[in-house]
Design a protein around this ligand. Structure first.
Ligand SMILES: [Ca+2]
Ligand SMILES: [Ca+2]
Ligand SMILES: [Ca+2]
Ligand SMILES: [Ca+2]
Length: 438
């Protein structure tokens, strides 16, 4: 704990020193300039303060990735919230986001939303204002083929527009891209959060006095953007803070070291992944290792049968390993984090039985430190191996991507500059996946 904290403190102090130094230089060089110059200077100061807010979050995120607390699912989020505001030389920064219960410090977890690229037709149909033709068009936008779904749209439709463009035919990369899909209205996507910064801005809470139209109730209704994301990514680091072991290439001894399985268990796991081209991590939740081993041997006698995985072994396997057939391919879209999602998110996942969803949320709320391992969900009433496997295809207990809005403010003039950044810690150093300044 202590080394991690002091490392973070050092990085944060360095960032503040850097930003202060830049501001001082800018101040000195601009000292003799007129009012317009002073405003430009104030803007630069606000901009550097906003950027310092981003850098401090990156430092916290990296420290929490390399030295995680494996027994507290909420610690990283709390750590980031703890450094969400501060001041520099003549300027302040603040990282906040709006929730239905008011403003909160720190970034938004992208994994608290459903990745649009994982949604089925039935999932999409639960979204407000969704129609069958729009749902079909979203699936066509994402699928690799050029054959339109029954009510969908492929390149032929978009090329006929007065300003023609092509569908992605791959995963949607941002919610702004989603607005290009046939039938999708920006109002559906953004709701009142017109600038998609996750914050209720004054123009988004004044009725019809300034665009967009909103209901002036002091609460941000962010439309689909409160439910779906295109930012989250799967994979990343395990609960121990090490990159995941790819089971398609892993050596038996490395698998044993990471997950504490026996040699027989390791051999069964690796054989399953190498012999079954469709093998998925969820297979280890759906079936026991003896069942998997029996299938591999075709039920022949004389084969050594491995012991079933203990909860600790299975938890380590799910957290520390993954199956990546093509390491050059982009990462899979992210899963929902059951620790950080709102309980109402299950309204948009009709494949999860509502009684089971309620039981999952009740169990989470009973755990002060959340689910630290996916295996802990096994104890939930009504859970079965098949349900665990299906849930693991869409949900996990960990997050890779965070979205933050950092507002820098020049104290003298009140001039503000805001940066919205998407931070991805699935690889280190943390990657800024996108950055928007306004
Ligand atoms: Ca397509
Ligand atoms: Ca298609
Ligand atoms: Ca906003
Ligand atoms: Ca509102």
């Amino acid at each position: 704990m202590i080394p991690r904290r002091s490392f973070v403190t050092l990085v944060v102090l360095w960032v503040i020193a850097m930003a202060s130094a830049v501001i001082s230089i800018v101040q000195a060089s601009s000292f003799s300039q007129a009012t317009s110059g002073r405003e430009a200077l104030a803007r630069v100061r606000a901009q550097w303060a906003a950027r310092a807010g981003v850098e401090i979050q990156i430092a916290r995120l990296e420290a929490g990735t390399e030295n995680p607390n494996p027994d507290d699912a909420f610690m990283l989020i709390e750590d980031m919230a703890a450094v969400a505001s501060g001041d520099l030389d003549g300027a302040t920064y603040e990282v906040v986001h709006s929730t239905p219960r008011g403003e909160r410090a720190g970034p938004v977890d992208a994994h608290a939303r459903i990745n649009i690229n994982r949604m089925t037709f039935d999932d999409l149909m639960t979204l407000p204002f969704m129609t069958e033709d729009t749902a079909d068009a979203i699936l066509d936008w994402i699928d690799a083929d050029e054959d339109p779904n029954v009510l969908g749209a492929e390149a032929g439709y978009y090329q006929g527009l007065s300003y023609p463009y092509e569908p992605r035919n791959g995963p949607i990369r941002s919610l702004l891209e989603l607005e290009l899909v046939a039938g999708v209205d920006p109002y559906y996507v953004r709701g009142e959060d017109w600038n998609l910064n996750g914050v209720l801005d004054p123009n988004e809470d004044d009725g019809y006095a300034s665009p967009p139209g909103d209901n002036a109730d002091g609460v941000l209704d962010a439309g689909w953007s409160a439910i779906v994301t295109a930012d989250s990514v799967d994979g990343g680091f395990g609960r121990t803070g090490q990159p995941r072991l790819n089971l398609t290439q892993a050596a038996e001894k490395d698998l044993i070291a990471r997950t504490n399985v026996t040699a027989e268990q390791a051999k069964t796991i690796l054989d399953h992944v190498s012999l079954q081209s469709s093998a998925r991590m969820s297979d280890f939740l759906r079936r026991t290792l003896p069942q998997i081993s029996q299938q591999l041997s075709g039920g022949q006698p004389g084969t050594v049968r491995p012991q079933p995985l203990s909860d600790e072994q299975l938890g380590a396997l799910l957290s520390e390993c993954h199956i990546v057939r093509d390491p050059a391919a982009p990462p899979e879209p992210g899963k929902l984090n059951l620790n950080t999602c709102d309980s109402r998110i299950f309204e948009y996942l009709p494949s999860i039985d509502s009684a089971l969803a309620d039981a999952i949320m009740a169990e989470r709320d009973a755990r002060r430190q959340g689910f630290v391992s996916f295996v802990e969900l096994r104890s939930i009433p009504g859970m079965t191996p098949a349900r665990m496997a299906a849930l693991y295809e869409i949900a996990d207990v960990r997050s890779n991507v965070f979205v933050l809005t950092s507002r820098g403010r020049d104290i003298g003039t009140g001039i503000e500059v805001e940066i919205t950044a998407v931070l991805d810690r699935s690889t280190l150093p943390v990657r800024i996946a996108s950055l928007m300044m306004r």
